[in-house]
Design a protein around this ligand. Structure first.
Ligand SMILES: [Zn+2]
Length: 345
């Protein structure tokens, strides 16, 4: 199914949909998720922390609350010794997302991602992945979601399984690929071709998320936009990737043993850069514009406002004219003070 007539299709028909993700990264920074495994244990251990982050993204203008079931699949929960809580974690994640979505009329998305269990050389691995997606999305559908976001799949084959399971449940799917390779999925499909195949198989939205920053995702998403007929999504990471280091995983810094994932801070995009990205993506015809790992609510609000919206958090948007040095009263400051702050006078 393509999702025609669905809540997602209705929202897309109204204009650009603003997404906000990166929950696992942000909750790790806040001390609620362990880096390495990146399993969203906070959903059951600290539900208030998850609810708060949902609410911050909602107030910043996100149109979709994504249930925090990223890496909440059987393989990962087994790895951290919590397999018995699999169903509870998945159901609770959808409940938290639904509760906050209702506060602002947002859509609710169920979420599955790459499993690390898939191998194109091993047909049996497809059955393992299908089993994990079926139970996760079955619980999500039961709790009540508007659509599925299947994301960060490095293999087209694995992404297609997520699409098929969504379709079996009668749910529209947005399928966005990882782009850790230079130009193709790890099972050998160019990113544009892979998106075309997903669109042909009935994905409601196709595109890319995570891995690449705005600078290296935009050229690729422009080619995808030009080649597929369905809606397109782009949710980059807010990091300054370059042609030489097109992904956050490939960023390098002198004197730093490993940048990804714990020392990315110096590469962070400002809110202004993410606002520019939102406008550029919208102007390319991208229908679902968002942000992934590294996102903060300040990025999302700036993106929403750049798209012409006033959102709940806009009440506290910057008014630099009120600043004692940078604002309108600056002329009353001592010249030496203004020089020290770099203020022209
Ligand atoms: Zn991400």
């Amino acid at each position: 199914m393509t999702g025609a007539g669905s809540a997602l299709a209705d929202r897309l028909a109204q204009g650009t949909v603003l997404g906000a993700e990166g929950y696992v990264f942000e909750l790790e920074r806040r001390g609620y998720v362990k880096a390495g495994a990146y399993v969203p244990e906070a959903v059951v251990d600290f539900p208030d922390a998850v609810t708060e982050l949902h609410r911050e993204f909602l107030r910043a203008g996100a149109d979709v609350m994504v249930a925090l079931t990223y890496y909440a699949h059987r393989g990962k929960l087994r790895q951290v010794g919590r397999e018995s809580e699999l169903e509870a974690m998945n159901r609770q994640a959808v409940r938290l997302a639904r509760q906050v979505a209702a506060e602002g009329g947002a859509l609710v998305a169920g979420n599955v991602c790459n499993t690390w269990a898939y191998s194109p050389q091993d047909p049996a691995s497809a059955d393992v992945v299908r089993g994990m997606y079926t139970e996760q999305l079955g619980w999500a559908a039961d709790e009540g979601i508007d659509f599925v976001i299947a994301e960060t799949n490095d293999y087209l084959g694995e992404a297609l399984i997520a699409l098929e399971v969504s379709q079996e449940l009668g749910l529209p799917a947005m399928v966005t690929l990882a782009t850790t390779g230079p130009d193709q999925t790890w099972d050998g499909y160019g990113y544009v071709e892979a998106c075309q195949i997903l669109a042909d198989r009935g994905a409601a939205v196709v595109g890319l998320n995570c891995d690449r920053g705005p600078a290296t995702m935009l050229p690729l998403i422009a080619r995808i936009r030009a080649q597929v007929g369905c809606a397109v999504a782009a949710q980059p990471v807010p990091y300054r990737t370059t042609e030489a280091s097109p992904t956050m995983e490939s960023l390098r810094a002198e004197g730093v043993n490993r940048v990804f994932p714990l020392a990315l801070d110096p590469f962070s995009c400002t809110r202004f850069e993410m606002a520019d990205f939102a406008v550029a993506a919208r102007d390319l015809g991208v229908n679902y514009v968002g942000i992934c790992c590294g996102a903060g609510p300040h990025h999302v609000r700036a993106m929403a406002e750049a798209l012409g919206r006033t959102v709940p958090a806009s009440k506290y948007s910057p008014s630099m004219d009120l600043h004692p040095i940078l604002g309108t009263s600056a002329s009353r400051q001592d010249r030496a003070v203004l020089d020290a702050w770099g203020v022209t006078h």
